[in-house]
Design a protein. Structure first.
Length: 169
């Protein structure tokens, strides 16, 4: 039993020490996420920065924009978000992470119809070329409508996201 524990500890140490993620690496990320919400702002396609602060932690601020025109009405949704991917395992070019996140968005020309979402996801990031990675996430989210007088909020287990990261360095 003692040998099994030693082998498991060495395997875990080797896995955590050999992440494919490089500390200080910065990339531009393009993604689509669906934190199920009352507001379209939290389903807008996003562009953001993926900055690996260390070998195990990254910061991912993003901005999203969506224009919806059905012929009679037109709405514009804008969202701002931040996620913190925390890498937990590495399998060659595939990294596994958990990512807590916060998003705020608005539908329309003013902040009168706005909402916020918090969530957590389990994600994978795979390096497909030296400067290109793909990512995908699944998780849970909580949405709260911040519109004056609104009382709706929801918890969703259908929170998903996917995208591509173009690394600069």
């Amino acid at each position: 039993m003692k040998k099994m524990l030693i082998v498991a500890a060495v395997a875990m140490a080797a896995t955590t020490a050999s992440f494919g993620v490089k500390s200080g690496q910065i990339g531009l990320d393009f993604g689509v996420s669906n934190i199920t919400s009352v507001s379209n702002a939290n389903t807008a396609p996003t562009v953001g920065l993926w900055w690996n602060v260390s070998d195990k932690i990254a910061l991912r601020p993003s901005i999203g924009f969506l224009n919806n025109d059905n012929g009679t009405t037109s709405t514009t949704a804008i969202s701002f978000g931040i996620a913190v991917p925390i890498y937990v395992a590495n399998f060659n070019k595939l990294d596994l992470y958990i990512a807590p996140e916060f998003n705020w968005g608005t539908d329309g020309a003013s902040t009168a119809n706005s909402g916020m979402a918090v969530g957590a996801a389990l994600g994978t990031q795979v390096s497909v070329a030296e400067q290109v990675s793909l990512f995908g996430e699944m998780g849970i989210g909580y949405y709260k409508n911040l519109t004056s007088g609104a009382k709706d909020s929801q918890i969703s287990t259908a929170r998903t996201a996917f995208g591509v990261i173009l690394h600069f360095n």
